[in-house]
Design a protein around this ligand. Structure first.
Ligand SMILES: Nc1ncnc2c1ncn2[C@@H]1O[C@H](COP(=O)(O)OP(=O)(O)OP(=O)(O)O)[C@@H](O)[C@H]1O
Ligand SMILES: [Mg+2]
Length: 505
């Protein structure tokens, strides 16, 4: 590879946090105009590497060479001004401002007397939307936009600053299928215009759709870079994990017992319509459907987070009226929410305290907590789920995204409930840890619990569920037994059309 082809080069980049060597002598190069995937297990160092490029973190040692020159950006703003933009899961947009204002925030057009030229700003914003071929009203407030459109606004903002390198850290985690296709279209388009894209994702199949090359990190170290066309997914996984991963879905046979949860004609106007189903002890009920089909809303309604307009819920044969999560918990129901960072964790508390929170009532004796027991249970969880943390006392805010999710999951697994409602349990979780989570689900079932699992990962829902409910537009379109369920059958119900098959492998 000639030096001329290279836009960004890492030379022995090392980053040390207290107690953690997040990056250890990482060296590789990104070519001009390519889409370069960056993959690795949770805590491998992907986000840290990106944050070093964009000036969020400062490296401990090594060099980042951009366009032939060593760079040391002190802030993301400085990186952006120099042509490197990053889009994270948490958007850097201001909800109360319009699309145009957000795009040009910090680099307004001004007239001679320094008055902001709103007309020009809106016109330029409109041009960018046209350029990206998306239909977004530049006068709309950003708070009124869905995730996908917010992402496009971030991309437009980067382009307005002439970004030459665009970095995306797990951009598809919360997008619907159609929106993912839209994002891929934009990525290909940008590539055609010579923009270099660095793409981080745990969904390896996506890499085959948009990326040219893939670099694997493991435990903060560089493992290798390959042409996507020349590497099979199993090999990428082997590079990530450092060993063969065989048991993909360790499902055990379940013995269903008596009915534990029954929902009859549940309705929430405009959101859920006449939903009925029943689940038995020792069963996993999968709920499939596109993002926006009402799956999350169904779980929220059962858990008492959203009021219902009609319908009945029975727990163990008795009708219940659940108006709050506390009441749900008292009926033995737990919900693992989709938005874990905001709904599931206390970021300022340690791993130990977070894992221990739901256990406190059972581990305290007349107000005194049995610290030893608490530590033992927490340690067990950390080992089981392979949570990467320097110690149990580390604040969860310092863990990588995926490891934070594992802590939230651990919290719920540690607790004894009859009914677990899981919303996208493995989102953002790496391959190896996913398998651990499936093992833990099996354990819950063996223990006599019931699981209702919403998932967008078809292979996961097919492999783990005893029965599958398929939703579309707030309605149940059908219920499939394990034997009947195939990805085609699910997609046909979920989409109502054959031709629009989702990304499924
Ligand atoms: N601010 C911080 N302070 C201390 N440790 C940190 C900090 N940020 C990251 N780490 C640690 O550095 C390591 C790498 O984290 P990083 O966020 O880069 O992982 P990642 O590859 O992005 O993982 P994920 O797939 O889970 O997002 C992890 O062990 C993490 O706990
Ligand atoms: Mg990350």
């Amino acid at each position: 590879m000639g030096e001329d082809d290279v836009i960004l080069k890492f030379e022995n980049v090392t980053k040390r946090f207290p107690g953690v060597l997040a990056l250890d002598n990482v060296s590789f190069a990104i070519r001009k105009g390519e889409v370069h995937a960056l993959v690795g297990e949770n805590g491998a160092g992907k986000s840290t590497l990106i944050k070093i490029v964009t000036g969020v973190y400062q490296k401990t040692s090594g060099e980042v060479i951009f366009d032939g020159k060593p760079v040391h950006f002190l802030t993301p703003h400085e990186a952006l001004r120099n042509g490197i933009a990053a889009i994270y899961q948490e958007f850097n947009l201001i909800p109360a401002l319009t699309v145009a204002e957000n795009i040009f925030m910090g680099h307004h057009f001004t007239r001679r007397n320094f008055i902001v030229d709103w007309g020009k700003m809106r016109e330029e914003a409109r041009k960018l939307m046209e350029f990206l071929d998306v239909d977004i009203d530049v006068d709309a407030q950003v708070r009124d936009l869905g995730v996908a459109k917010k992402q496009v606004v971030e991309i437009a903002k980067a382009l307005s600053l002439n970004a030459r390198v665009l970095i995306m850290d797990e951009p598809t985690a919360t997008l619907a299928q159609k929106e993912i296709e839209g994002l891929f279209r934009i990525i290909r388009f940008l590539k055609g215009k010579g923009v270099t894209v660095i793409y981080i994702s745990h969904r390896l199949e996506e890499i085959y759709e948009v990326c040219d090359r893939v670099t694997v990190l493991r435990d903060g170290r560089y493992v290798g870079t390959r042409n996507v066309k020349e590497i099979k997914v199993d090999e990428i996984i082997r590079m990530m994990v450092g060993r063969e991963v065989v048991e993909k879905f360790p499902r055990v046979a379940h013995h269903a017992g008596e009915e534990v949860l029954r929902v009859e004609n549940l309705t929430r106007h405009g959101v859920l319509e006449n939903i009925s189903f029943s689940v038995r002890k020792g069963e996993i009920l999968g709920i499939a459907g596109m993002v926006g089909s009402g799956r999350t809303e169904l779980l929220r309604a059962i858990y008492g987070l959203d009021p219902i307009d009609a319908g009945k819920i029975y727990v163990k044969g008795k009708e219940v009226h659940i108006h709050s999560p506390l009441e749900a918990i008292n009926h033995g129901i737990a919900l693992l929410p989709e938005e874990r960072k905001t709904q599931g964790l206390v970021l300022l508390l340690s791993v130990l305290d977070n894992l221990g929170l739901p256990l406190l009532p059972s581990l305290s004796n007349r107000g005194f907590v049995d610290d030893k027991k608490l530590t033992a249970v927490a340690q067990d969880m950390v080992e089981h789920m392979n949570i990467k943390t320097p110690s149990l006392l580390q604040k969860t805010m310092y863990l990588s995204g995926g490891n934070q999710q594992k802590v939230v999951l651990g919290k719920w697994f540690a607790r004894n409930c009859d009914i677990y409602l899981f919303d996208e349990p493995t989102r953002g979780i790496d391959v190896g840890a996913k398998i651990e989570i499936y093992h833990l689900m099996n354990k819950l079932i063996e223990r006599g619990s019931t699981i209702v699992m919403v998932s967008s990962e078809l292979p996961e829902i097919l492999a783990m569920s005893d029965r599958i409910l398929v939703m579309r537009e707030g309605k149940v379109m059908g219920e499939l037994t394990r034997e009947e369920a195939t990805k085609e059958a699910i997609l046909q119900l979920a989409l109502g059309r054959r031709e629009e098959y989702a990304r499924v492998e």
